[in-house]
Design a protein around this ligand. Structure first.
Ligand code: AHG
Length: 321
């Protein structure tokens, strides 16, 4: 008997479509040093960042498969200034919209360091049978029905969460399929890794500085020593911490109080995944998943990781530590 007799299979179809786009992007990422797709496309995206050619390619692949699939009424992409509504008969009857960062960590492409794709899937709030609306894309992260990421690393993995759990699939290049490799991922409640851009240390708020200093002072008597690991590709940093236990921080700075990371494309999907895996994600004051977005590309300070480590950090925010 089917676990969900009322299910239409649209969500599975959407995840399959994302897997297909990921395989195509993976092929190009793997030959980035060989063909003329390495380096800048010469454009600046709406976040004022240089667009790399692979970003452009990845974006078009994800938009393309989702447009032609039967499960998605529209998308929002970190690379595009506005939402794209797939206004056709099939798409207007689709249940879901998808928000994604097609290629996160793109400044690492030129140096052969792992990069990734991040996505969050929401059930539409607009009327079925009609085109998706802006409200569909401005839902709080706690309304996600699924979220995931692809990491193009030493092997390529698709990790996604639904409310039933987090599962990891490794791409078997010989058959071109994602095979279940990490079932029911649980984030260890305590790890020994902290990930943050130390170069910005003096720009951070006091509670963050105090917590980082406490991490540096850990020894055998209080769960340490801790190790600092920061790749500069959030997908890689958070993936490692999810599996091994740890904390990742991208705090606000004096110049940029909201930090760098985008709530909708980067933080909400990871917050959903980590919570399902037993971890915690906040902006320092509140749960990331409870933030009601007001703009498509809004940024937020981001703290995510193992439950006990996040609780310790929270003590500094509350002035208790
Ligand atoms: P980009 O896609 O522009 O390379 O940004 C990557 C993000 C995120 O993945 C990473 O953790 C963070 O930016 C690194 O930023 P800093 O270099 O400022 O630490």
């Amino acid at each position: 008997m089917r676990a969900f007799p009322q299910a239409t299979g649209q969500l599975s179809g959407l995840l399959r479509d994302i897997g297909l786009a990921a395989k195509r992007v993976n092929v190009e990422v793997n030959k980035a040093g060989l063909v003329d797709i390495l380096g800048d496309a010469g454009d600046i995206n709406i976040q004022d960042e240089e667009v790399k050619k692979l970003d452009v390619y990845a974006n078009s692949q994800f938009v393309g498969v989702l447009r032609h699939g039967i499960s998605c009424a529209g998308i929002g992409s970190e690379e595009l200034d506005d939402i794209v509504v797939f206004d056709d008969e099939v798409s207007n009857n689709s249940k879901y919209v998808c928000l994604f960062d097609p290629l996160d960590g793109s400044s690492n492409i030129d140096v052969n360091v792992s990069i990734g794709t991040i996505f969050g899937i929401y059930r539409r709030v607009s009327e079925s049978g009609k085109p998706a609306t802006r409200e569909d894309f401005l839902q709080a992260g706690n309304r996600q029905v699924a979220a995931g990421y692809i990491i193009y690393g030493s092997s390529t993995m698709l990790v996604y969460a639904t409310r039933r759990g987090v599962n990891g699939f490794t791409l078997d290049q010989s058959i071109g399929e994602f095979c279940l490799s990490n079932p029911n991922i649980q984030c260890p409640p305590l790890g020994k890794i902290y990930s943050v851009n130390h170069g910005n240390f003096f720009q951070y708020q006091e509670p963050v500085k105090k917590y980082i200093t406490a991490c540096q002072k850990k020894d055998k008597t209080n769960g340490g020593p801790y190790t600092q690991r920061y790749i500069g590709s959030m997908v890689s940093d958070v993936h490692r911490n999810l599996i091994k236990g740890g904390i990742f921080m991208y705090p606000g700075t004096i110049d940029k109080p909201n930090g760098k990371l985008r709530l909708q494309y980067e933080c909400n999907p990871f917050a959903f995944i980590i919570e399902i895996a037993g971890g915690v994600a906040t902006d320092g004051k509140q749960r990331i998943l409870d933030i009601k977005p007001t703009a498509l590309h809004q940024r937020t300070p981001f703290f995510i990781g193992s439950k006990s480590m996040m609780e310790e950090l929270d003590g500094y925010w509350k002035g208790e530590a």
